[in-house]
Design a protein around this ligand. Structure first.
Ligand code: DQA
Length: 146
């Protein structure tokens, strides 16, 4: 099984940015955690981060063309603004799980909208970086049941 784990803007700043919301682990540590978790589950991850909306759209499309089984995505702030990311996920028809490190539903009003959510089979929020493992498990269970 191959899955894409796609991260949006400013997630490369994990460990530096707003530790009250996002914790102290660096993006590199998150990547390693995802790799280890996937290895234990016999899943091959393609892990990607970009600060650019179009690059994220390209990567979502790549997941389709490369025959991935599903996507885990944290679109960062593009969650709340990007119809392009929503459309890209819909276009792939791949099972997709949305993940947010922070509990977005308890934060500012402008974080209450998620465009991508309607294309997702599930959403994980407020579990810190461990939420990536929960999102991957949700996706794997969905694919293996399917
Ligand atoms: C985030 C929440 C977003 O509102 C924010 O813009 C981010 C990170 C999260 O993981 O909690 O960049 O997606």
């Amino acid at each position: 099984m191959k899955i894409y784990v796609i991260n949006g803007p400013n997630l490369n700043m994990l460990g530096i940015r707003e530790p009250g919301h996002y914790g102290r682990a660096s993006y590199g540590e998150v990547e390693r955690m995802i790799e280890e978790h996937c290895r234990a589950k016999d899943v091959v991850p393609v892990i990607y981060q970009s600060n650019h909306e179009g690059a994220l759209v390209d990567k979502i499309q790549e997941a389709f063309f490369e025959g991935a089984d599903g996507i885990v995505i944290n679109p960062g702030a593009y969650t709340h603004t990007s119809i392009a990311i929503l459309d890209a996920v819909k276009a792939t028809m791949l099972p997709t799980v949305e993940i947010h490190i922070s509990k977005v539903e308890e934060r500012e009003a402008y974080r209450q909208i998620s465009y991508v959510r309607e294309a997702c089979i599930g959403t994980v929020t407020g579990r810190g970086i461990d939420g990536y493992k929960d999102a991957i498990d949700l996706l794997i269970d969905h694919i293996r049941q399917g």
